[in-house]
Write a new protein. Structure first.
Length: 90
């Protein structure tokens, strides 16, 4: 990858990472709304009024959703970059 291509890809990569994080948060909220009680937010680890099981399940789902969304957004960004520049962003 040339220096110009690398300079172009860095801001694009940062922007897609931020977008992926925001999108993952939105997807997780919808998944939790479907799986948990419809009017209850996902439990925070320090919220001792919620059960340990509920907190750990929420954390596992959050991690899985975040990983899948991040991979999908990163892949789409890399594919878009390659379509524009005809170079792989490695």
């Amino acid at each position: 990858m040339s220096a110009v291509s690398k300079a172009f890809y860095k801001p694009l990569s940062l922007a897609t990472s931020v977008l992926g994080g925001v999108l993952a948060g939105m997807v997780f909220k919808q998944v939790w709304k479907y799986l948990g009680d419809n009017d209850v937010e996902a439990p925070q680890p320090k919220d001792l009024s919620r059960s340990v099981q509920e907190v750990l399940i929420a954390a596992a789902i959050h991690g899985a959703v975040f990983g899948i969304v991040k991979a999908a957004v990163d892949r789409a960004g890399a594919s878009g970059y390659r379509a524009i520049t005809h170079e792989n962003p490695q």
